[in-house]
Ligand binder design. Structure first.
Ligand SMILES: [Zn+2]
Length: 535
């Protein structure tokens, strides 16, 4: 319950109307809408977004948004579709029923089709007249999971294993937070991803099964989803779909061939059901990626009747911002990478925890200073063009999979400054140059004192060499695939104070005074000089 204040809930109903078209087309009902707080609230409460960050970064809320480029690669978000069943595996879409599984797969395919094939705003709708996008360049990766649910029979869910079904008697309706089946958040068998929970009303299901009478309405016809900005970064985002399987049974057995709906065969009715994949599923995903409702009829986030087939430019920009700075960012796959450059061409400070899907390119004598956590896609790198700077101060720079990334490449007279209070505890952090280090560059680096410049030379063998930790109090470790011929330490006056002519991977610097030094490493292919700080 203590998280309740952080939640923004969106509830959408899927109305049943006696029209001669799809009776289950998705709409959202105002009546159950929990109005979100103004997003600007984040500015007053930066701790809702980050622990120590948020401020003037271009990726903060009211600044420019990243918009996907036409040549961007797709980025992928992970969803866990969790089907809660009776202990015998029935009572919901069944894992071993190929038809049930195919329906789910078709819903997912429809969702991914829609977000890659967007319609355009109708006249007067937001984005009308602009150059709009036909593809979000976001796709969902769905992991189907089946779980026997002790509270399956009770749609007063909020199941608490300690209290049993109906424990706490939490109502199904928002703003209760427990109707999302929160206990699934900590289930170790469920992988990283947004938990999309499908429950099913047992009373209605049992009525269908025991009487063969499918005229009974299938139960609560809404879905709900969480908004990412108010959720702690390390807690799972969720969606909840109460009665999709009852709806499937009702459509298959009651709506099919029914004159009320035009005596349509199952092949048509099934498409009506799958149609939620084009509308309702992208809608709920939109909420998870930070989108509010729109009043325009054809927007996927609209309350009103309409095609629900497009996201506006602002919608898509918001989705990308959410993918970078909110709790949603943790669900994008590790290899999500757009194959594009994020160009920094004037001085910028990134004071926001930020997950980036592009290579960062600093050019035009600009300086980029990052003061918060910067998570990079493994395929990405930071390229510091000649004359430009990359300053890491009190920050943490790491790879999205925390194992490898392409590092920081410093070109020409560019340099990278790592301030002493920077936290780099990642063994795969490295900086390298494409040129042989010159004395001029060393003196440039010296001018940066007390900051450190890590530079590294070539590139002949493409092998990356790194030293760590830096700063250090006792030892410097050297990571390289090459055999080391010699290791030398120079003080800033150019005096050699340590020398080993052997394949040494660990240098004891405890005896030398605190200060800045140069570590020279010779291999058969290259000579590399890096600065380190002893403190
Ligand atoms: Zn909604």
């Amino acid at each position: 319950m203590r998280y309740l204040l952080f939640f923004t809930l969106f509830v959408c109903t899927f109305t049943s109307t006696h029209a001669q078209d799809n009776p289950f087309i998705a709409t959202c009902a105002m009546g159950k809408e929990v109005q979100p707080k103004e997003i600007g609230h984040i500015k007053d409460n930066p701790k809702l977004l980050n622990t120590n960050c948020a401020g003037s970064s271009p990726y903060n809320y009211d600044n420019n948004l990243y918009m996907p480029q036409s040549n961007d690669a797709v980025i992928y978000i992970k969803l866990n579709f969790i089907f809660l069943t009776k202990p015998d595996g029935t009572g919901n879409f069944e894992q071993n029923n190929p038809e049930h599984v195919q329906v789910i797969d078709d819903l997912v395919a429809a969702m991914n089709y829609r977000i890659a094939n967007l319609g355009q705003p109708a006249a007067g709708c937001d984005g009308d007249g602009q150059t709009n996008f036909s593809n979000t360049k976001i796709q969902a990766v769905v992991n189907k999971i089946w779980k026997a649910d002790p509270a399956w029979d009770f749609l007063y869910t909020g199941y608490d294993p300690n209290l049993g079904p109906l424990g706490g008697n939490m109502p199904l309706y928002p703003p209760s937070s427990d109707y999302y089946y929160t206990y699934l958040d900590s289930d170790p068998s469920i992988p990283s991803g947004i938990n999309v929970v499908f429950a099913n009303n047992g009373d209605i299901y049992n009525h269908y099964m025991t009487t063969g009478d499918y005229t009974l309405p299938p139960g609560e016809g809404w879905a709900a989803s969480e908004f990412p900005y108010y959720t702690p970064v390390d807690r799972k985002l969720r969606q909840f779909w109460p009665n999709l399987f009852n709806k499937y049974l009702s459509m298959k057995n009651f709506v099919v061939n029914n004159p009320t709906w035009g005596s349509q065969p199952w092949s048509v009715i099934r498409q009506w059901f799958i149609g939620m994949g084009y509308t309702s599923f992208p809608h709920e995903l939109g909420h998870n990626l930070g989108l509010y409702h729109h009043d325009c009829g054809s927007n996927i986030m609209s309350y009103a009747q309409g095609n629900h087939d497009y996201f506006s430019r602002d919608d898509i920009g918001t989705m990308y911002r959410s993918a970078s700075v909110t709790s949603a960012r943790q669900y994008f796959t590790e290899n999500s990478f757009k194959n594009t450059n994020l160009n920094v061409t004037s001085n910028e400070v990134w004071d926001i925890n930020f997950r980036n899907y592009s290579t960062v390119r600093i050019d035009n004598n600009a300086s980029l200073k990052t003061t918060c956590k910067l998570i990079m896609a493994p395929q990405s790198r930071v390229i510091v063009k000649s004359g430009s700077n990359f300053i890491i101060e009190g920050a943490e720079v790491s790879s999205a999979n925390n194992s490898s990334w392409n590092g920081v490449k410093v070109e020409g007279n560019g340099y990278c400054l790592i301030m002493p209070d920077t936290k780099i505890d990642n063994n795969y952090f490295y900086i390298y140059t494409d040129n042989i280090m010159t004395n001029d560059k060393m003196s440039n680096s010296k001018a940066a004192d007390p900051r450190i410049s890590k530079d590294q030379k070539p590139a002949v063998s493409q092998s990356i060499l790194k030293i760590y930790p830096n700063p250090t109090g006792d030892f410097i470790n050297i990571r390289t695939d090459e055999d080391i011929l010699s290791v030398s330490v120079y003080n800033m006056s150019g005096q050699k104070i340590i020398n080993y002519n052997e394949n040494l991977k660990r240098v004891d610097v405890q005896p030398i005074p605190n200060g800045i030094y140069l570590l020279e490493i010779k291999t058969k292919a290259q000579t590399i000089t890096e600065k380190f700080i002893k403190k």
